[in-house]
Design a protein around this ligand. Structure first.
Ligand code: DQA
Length: 148
């Protein structure tokens, strides 16, 4: 499978940012782990991070044009309010899985709601970088059907 790994605002600060919540592994190292796991499963991954909503949307549309099979997305705080990102995910036919490093449901109330998850086939939260790898296995195992 050709998978886009998409990370939103502030994910590039992982490692130094609130390490008690997000851990001490840096963003680049995290993505290296994801790439290694992908390659060992025979997947081809493209990792993209941006602090800008529009750049993330452009990347989703590019992945569709480039015939990617799936998206694994951690939208960062955009999770909680970006209808534009929701619509971008809903606009493309390939399945997406939402991942969060932290368990958003056990944190502040504003993090409990995801407006992007309804454009995804499922959500994995609270398992750190392992969440991205679990998402790959879920894509493989589930023969997912796009919601909506
Ligand atoms: C996050 C959770 C979001 O609430 C937060 O804004 C982030 C990271 C996570 O991976 O746990 O930036 O998406």
């Amino acid at each position: 499978m050709k998978i886009l790994i998409l990370n939103g605002p502030n994910l590039n600060m992982t490692g130094t940012r609130e390490p008690n919540i997000y851990g001490r592994t840096g963003y680049e190292e995290m993505m290296e782990q994801v790439k290694r796991a992908a390659h060992s499963r025979g997947h081809d991954v493209h990792c993209f991070q941006s602090n800008h909503e529009g750049a993330l949307i452009d990347e989703i549309q590019r992945a569709w044009r480039d015939n990617f099979d799936a998206i694994i997305v951690n939208p960062g705080a955009l999770t909680h309010y970006s209808y534009a990102l929701h619509d971008a995910l809903a606009s493309v036919p390939m399945p997406a899985i939402e991942v969060h490093l932290s368990n958003i449901h056990a944190r502040e109330e504003f993090r409990h709601r995801s407006v992007t998850a309804s454009a995804c086939i499922g959500q994995i939260a609270g398992f750190g970088v392992t969440g991205y790898i679990l998402a790959m296995d879920a894509l493989n195992a589930a023969k997912p059907v796009k919601n909506g």
